[in-house]
Design a protein around this ligand. Structure first.
Ligand code: HEC
Ligand code: HEC
Length: 347
């Protein structure tokens, strides 16, 4: 082989490499119409705000942008990098690495049914989804990007300008605040309520195993008091508690919002829907399995001055612990997780 042939081959591979490494954007849009007709039985209608009502074109745009890496500074991160559909839109690592290779000190929360939640994050911030997402674009912990860069990238993209016009009206440009609105719309449609437990509630007495039924009666019992805090259709009272999950609380939890000592290291009760898919657990992700969580409740948690008085040793037997874990597994909605709406993005 002569030199020019070798050079040509090298050049070919260089171009191929550049193409693979830098072309991080999503390919052509696929249509999966989301039918926002009625929420699952027992669920109220999705509360879309008046200044950002639902439309299917907005949901579609938001869905693409949720998986879109070009929104981040070096096109390496999307929302789905941390909120993976496979793990019920939570993560599978205790401290996710940020775009700047810095570990977050908090466990990623699931986005499923977040439309119904009153506050956001483990501390319960009173902020709209639109604002939270817009802030993520520029935060050094999330996308670390710049308004103009995002605007330029979306404006020169093969299909986003058209999708923004379809979602927001003729002649509308792809501004980042509109991107945040579209993503918020998509996130609100992540409603899941078709688990084995739901099927059981709707009259299918075979939807739960004998063990799961035992777990269910324990969960709703006076003895364990699980449902005092994990109450309602989302299995959360939306309140803040310290449950003695760790011997050292580095996270001040609700205190960051209220500044009150009585709120020190109290955390927002997480929803338990799809919890079997969202390991690791608790605010700092230090509990690896559901078994670990149940063990800790059984022991009555670690001592802490703000620990909830409800949390006391339960001394559960091996069978009872197993039954509780099995019941929690019955809260998984595989139909939702396997929806082609998300699967088509390759997660
Ligand atoms: C580097 C990982 C990472 C990325 C990227 C990321 N998130 Fe998060 N997200 C988290 C963590 C960790 C939390 C919990 C934060 C807290 O409690 O303070 C969270 C919390 C949230 C919440 C609050 C959930 C609840 O139940 O209260 C929403 C909503 C959310 N993220 C949406 C998004 C969206 C939309 C994007 C893309 C624009 C995104 N996130 C990008 C890690 C990430
Ligand atoms: C006093 C209120 C309260 C009671 C009672 C309670 N929980 Fe919790 N639960 C919480 C809070 C708050 C957290 C988050 C704790 C943290 O992050 O440190 C939590 C976390 C969990 C988690 C981990 C969820 C995740 O996504 O990380 C599971 C599973 C769980 N609880 C199940 C139960 C079960 C089963 C019982 C009964 C044995 C129970 N809880 C009793 C408030 C409560």
């Amino acid at each position: 082989m002569n030199k020019t042939v070798i050079l040509k081959i090298l050049l070919f591979f260089l171009i191929l490499f550049l193409f693979i490494c830098c072309e991080n954007s999503i390919k052509e849009p696929k249509d999966y119409e989301f039918n926002y007709s009625s929420p699952p039985p027992g669920f109220p209608p999705i509360p879309f705000p008046v200044d950002n009502p639902f439309s299917s074109s907005k949901e579609k745009l938001g869905r693409y942008l949720f998986f879109e890496k070009i929104l981040s500074r070096d096109s390496s991160f999307s929302c789905a990098s941390c909120h993976n559909p496979k793990y019920a839109f939570a993560g599978n690592v205790p401290n996710p690495l940020t775009i700047n290779k810095f570990p977050l000190f908090r466990n990623t929360l699931s986005l499923v049914n977040v439309a119904y939640r009153r506050t956001l994050g483990w501390s319960g911030e009173d902020i709209t989804l639109e604002h939270a997402i817009y802030n993520d674009f520029f935060s050094p912990l999330f996308f670390d990007n710049d308004t103009n860069v995002i605007f330029q990238r979306l404006s020169s993209h093969p299909f986003y300008p058209k999708m923004f016009e379809e979602a927001f009206g003729k002649g509308v440009k792809p501004y980042p605040y509109l991107a945040a609105k579209a993503i918020a719309t998509f996130v609100r449609t992540l409603v899941s309520g078709n688990s084995q437990y739901d099927k059981y509630l709707r009259g299918d007495s075979n939807a739960l195993t004998t063990k799961q039924k035992l777990g269910m009666s324990l969960f709703f019992s006076e003895r364990t008091k699980c449902s005092f805090c994990h109450s309602g259709f989302l299995f959360t009272n939306e309140k803040f508690h310290n449950t003695g999950t760790t011997p050292h609380y580095f996270d001040f939890g609700r205190y960051y919002v209220t500044g009150k000592l009585e709120d020190r290291s109290k955390l927002k009760t997480p929803s338990l829907r799809n919890v079997a898919l969202t390991a690791p657990y608790i605010h700092d992700g230090t509990m690896r399995t559901l078994w670990d969580v149940i063990e800790n409740y059984s022991r009555g948690g670690f001592p802490f001055f703000n620990k909830d008085t409800i949390i006391k040793p339960l001394n559960l037997t091996y069978e009872e612990k197993e039954a509780l874990v099995e019941f929690l597994k019955a809260l998984t909605d595989m139909e939702f997780i396997n929806s082609p709406r998300f699967k088509s993005f390759g997660y």
